[in-house]
Write a protein that binds this ligand. Structure first.
Ligand SMILES: Cc1cc2nc3c(=O)[nH]c(=O)nc-3n(C[C@H](O)[C@H](O)[C@H](O)COP(=O)(O)OP(=O)(O)OC[C@H]3O[C@@H](n4cnc5c(N)ncnc54)[C@H](O)[C@@H]3O)c2cc1C
Ligand SMILES: Cc1cc2nc3c(=O)[nH]c(=O)nc-3n(C[C@H](O)[C@H](O)[C@H](O)COP(=O)(O)O)c2cc1C
Length: 770
């Protein structure tokens, strides 16, 4: 744009004031006026936290206010987690905090110095018609923005109210560390997030579930009663210091909020632009709301002052660039919000693991990130992980810790996930499978899965799928398991499945779930629901067919034993036959195998139990499930997945292999790094079962974090193993971990790779120092 503008800024919070400053700095000719409904110096809240990066951005934008702010920051490095009578302290976290009131004072002074007019005690009318004569109206009016609500349809507003209750209090107790204190009361758990933001003042946010809140009677207390109760609950941490409120104008229990997550599809409409919390919010537990507000302000001022950029393009750039940043933070914030909402499931953890889980809750902080922050603490955590899970304390990556299922001992916790290779003829694995599986076993993973191996010719997905229904299959598989056992330390698991309604389709690379060009065979399923309009309508299974298929599974298990497998997995995921019974999206039966979850599980459990009966008691069995149909309440939900896992465990499953989706053609999965791990976490820690996580886990750092945080017991990688059979050996070289078994023929390569990694790390360290 580049010409002077007359701008009304609604709201004298961080976003409004900093935007006004940023506009005037770029061009003093702009006329910018800020309208704030509260009197000067009256504001909610206590302190806010920033990262070093945010401070750098502020310094680059306005060194004057940046210098004052940096000078006044309270800085602290430690995080203390108090849980079950223990305190777990870690360091190197580098936070800085400042009082909200003081921040606004600094910004207001700076804005006035630059010629911004600030009107206090002015409630603004959210009707744009009231703002004739202004070129732009910037709605920086916070989380409850009336301007956003007035034009909600234009902005495409999505508001989600979260489950927990919280209240933002202060205290004169000086917390030297960022403190999380979890306290068990007669009505449930309640906790505080506390940090110092000035010499003698700390923020003290109290949070609990709605149930605990009601149980403690907070809904019936006025503010002073609630504060007195919180002082009692947290007395141990307050050293006799009082809790304070600066929302005393709020009556009854109104100071207790439920966090509202706000997303807007569009951030501008006509002359009206949303900024800061008005446009988006990020949960207080990752402390980034003010950062986002300030960085929005900088970006908006920048695009509005860029010569040659029209208003439409300027605003489009403002939104597109900021949306990306906001989405990233909102993702982390969602993980963090959910962690606190489901904290009950972690409260039985040992304190060290509880603290680790808390620190890595948003998935922004990884295992190696924690090492950079506090190497000694992480090393001790690793030792404790090894000690508690293997009996031997060792300072090494958790992914290398052995794991036992029944009598099967895995050398480490890395798993080659099952992957259909579409390369067999008449179900018989051939030279391809021999090399493929053999190479992956030599690559160091603790456990290698076969692809979904089908129990009958018509139970195959494609004509290229492997099978286990005749003696040729047993011989061919035996050759592979013999190789794996004599040339590696890996164990090998046979995944057995039946394609159901998703059968009779082409090879993977010829099109996803497309019927064969010719030679299709009739398909069976729980019900006559076709996978998609272009797939066959399956024949619903009668009892005789169900028994026949159950017996095929049993016979395949017997052959699996003969073929030398260490473990068997039943594939009950991804919309194939058994998964089709479990999901209500495919199962519309009205007999005892349809309807309730108990009914829908009846047949898959019958199959599993029959398999378990013939599989030796000293060898483990697992089941792969789809823990979420990604269909809301219409399909299997993660809550139901916990019940599904429990039912299979009761039938003898030693491990739940937690996948998700692929159970109906139009599902809308929410992809991302480690996107299915939350389901494994939920099942492991709510049902207390051993689980395997899978899905977009790509590097050792992620695997170590998942295992140390107790989100899974094993970590499976599929696609990474397609391009790198040596994924585990590479990780061992990177970690300089000497106890990983390496094929003796390959030792020279390992030593060289370890040296290269070491040199690379040294160079990085030298660069960092410089
Ligand atoms: C419990 C809690 C803890 C938090 N902790 C942190 C933290 O540690 N770090 C962090 O960065 N962020 C934190 N936040 C978030 C942070 O407070 C907000 O993200 C930040 O204040 C957003 O700035 P803003 O300027 O967009 O909105 P606000 O700060 O909400 O400012 C909006 C202003 O607009 C005014 N206003 C509203 N409507 C009108 C109207 N119609 N007319 C005139 N004036 C109006 C309001 O009075 C207010 O002053 C926390 C929030 C909560 C609730
Ligand atoms: C080529 C290919 C074939 C697959 N075949 C199977 C299979 O036979 N059985 C199964 O349970 N999952 C199968 N999967 C799913 C993977 O095991 C895994 O769950 C999924 O790819 C997500 O993991 P990733 O992100 O590490 O690839 C397959 C995946 C790929 C890429």
């Amino acid at each position: 744009m580049g010409h002077s503008l007359k701008i009304a800024c609604i709201g004298g919070g961080p976003a409004g004031l900093y935007f006004a400053i940023s506009m005037k700095l770029r061009d003093p000719r702009h006329e910018v006026e800020v309208f704030e409904r509260n009197p000067e110096g009256v504001t909610f809240g206590w302190g806010v936290v920033f990262s070093d990066q945010t401070v750098e951005n502020l310094m680059a934008n306005d060194p004057v206010s940046g210098a004052i702010i940096s000078h006044e920051f309270a800085h602290w490095d430690d995080i203390d987690v108090h849980i079950n009578g223990a305190c777990v302290s870690s360091s190197g976290h580098g936070f800085i905090g400042i009082g909200r009131k003081r921040l606004l004072e600094i910004l207001a002074d700076r804005a006035r110095e630059l010629g911004v007019v600030i009107h206090y005690e002015q409630e603004c009318d959210p009707d744009l018609a009231a703002w004739q004569g202004w070129d732009l109206v910037v709605a920086a009016d916070g989380i409850n923005s009336r301007f956003r609500e007035t034009y909600a349809d234009h902005f495409g507003v999505d508001v989600q109210e979260r489950a927990n209750r919280f209240v933002w209090l202060g205290t004169t107790k000086k917390f030297d560390a960022f403190t999380f204190a979890f306290v068990k009361t007669e009505a449930g758990w309640i906790w505080a997030h506390a940090y110092r933001f000035a010499e003698d003042c700390s923020t003290f946010i109290v949070e609990c579930s709605e149930q605990t809140w009601l149980g403690l009677g907070f809904d019936r207390m006025d503010q002073s009663e609630a504060i007195a109760r919180c002082e009692e609950i947290f007395a141990k941490y307050l050293d006799g210091r009082p809790l304070l409120t600066n929302a005393s104008h709020l009556r009854g229990s109104a100071a207790w909020l439920k966090f509202r997550r706000i997303i807007c599809e569009r951030w501008h409409y006509d002359r009206l632009i949303l900024l800061g919390d008005a446009a988006h919010t990020a949960h207080f537990s990752i402390g980034s709301g003010t950062k986002l507000a300030l960085e929005d302000a900088i970006k908006l001022a920048e695009v509005l002052n860029r010569p040659g950029l029209g208003r439409v393009e300027a605003l489009a750039e403002y939104q597109s660039e900021r949306t990306l940043e906001v989405l990233k933070l909102q993702n982390s914030a969602r993980n963090s919000t959910e962690w606190f909402e489901t904290v009950e499931r972690y409260l039985h953890f040992e304190p060290w693991q509880f603290a680790y889980s808390l620190l890595t809750r948003s998935q922004r902080i990884s295992h190696e990130n924690l090492r950079l922050r506090d190497p000694a603490w992480l090393e001790e955590t690793e030792r404790t992980f090894w000690k508690t899970s293997t009996g031997t304390a060792k300072s090494a990556w958790p992914m290398f810790a052995p794991f036992r299922l029944r009598d099967m001992e895995l050398q480490n916790r890395v798993v080659v996930s099952p992957m259909a290779m579409y390369s067999a003829t008449d179900g018989t694995p051939n030279e391809f499978h021999f090399v493929h599986l053999g190479a992956r076993a030599q690559g160091g993973a603790g456990l290698v899965f076969t692809e979904m191996t089908c129990v009958s010719p018509t139970g195959r997905i494609s004509p290229g799928c492997t099978g286990m229904w005749n003696a040729d299959h047993v011989t061919a598989w035996r050759r592979i398991t013999d190789f794996v056992h004599s040339n590696s330390k890996a164990k090998i698991c046979l995944q057995l499945g039946h394609s159901g309604g998703k059968g009779s389709t082409r090879l993977g690379w010829e099109g996803d779930n497309l019927p064969l060009a010719d030679g299709n065979w009739p398909v069976i399923a729980a019900s006559d629901v076709p996978w998609s309009p272009s797939n066959q309508r399956p024949k619903p299974m009668g009892r005789a067919e169900m028994e026949e298929v159950r017996d095929q599974f049993v016979s395949a298990v017997r052959m699996g034993l003969e073929a030398g497998f260490d473990m068997v997995e039943l594939h009950a995921a991804h919309g194939y036959l058994l998964s089709g019974f479990i999901t209500p999206l495919q199962n519309v039966r009205t007999d005892e195998f349809g309807g309730s979850l108990e009914n829908r599980l009846r047949y898959p459990l019958e199959v599993f139990a029959a398999m378990r009966e013939v599989w030796p008691a000293d060898r483990p069995m697992s089941v792969r499930i789809s823990a979420n149909d990604w269909a809301g309440d219409a399909g299997v939900t993660p809550d139901e997945a916990v019940r599904i896992a429990e039912a299979f465990a009761q039938a003898g499953a030693d491990l739940i292999d937690v996948s998700a989706g692929q159970t109906w053609a139009d599902s809308q999965p929410v992809y991302g790094r480690m996107f299915q791990t939350p389901f494994s976490d939920k099942i492991r820690n709510e049902a207390r079962l051993a689980t395997m996580a899978v899905g977009n886990i790509t590097d050792p750092d992620q695997a170590n974090a998942i295992l140390t945080a107790g989100r899974a017991d094993l970590v499976a990688l599929a696609r990474p193993h397609l391009v790198d059979p040596m994924w585990t050996l590479r990780a061992a070289a990177q970690a300089n971990y000497r106890d990983q078994w390496v094929p003796p023929q390959y030792l020279g390569g390992m030593a060289q790779m370890a040296r290269l990694f070491e040199r690379e790390a040294e160079m990085k360290a030298t660069e960092l120092k410089a």
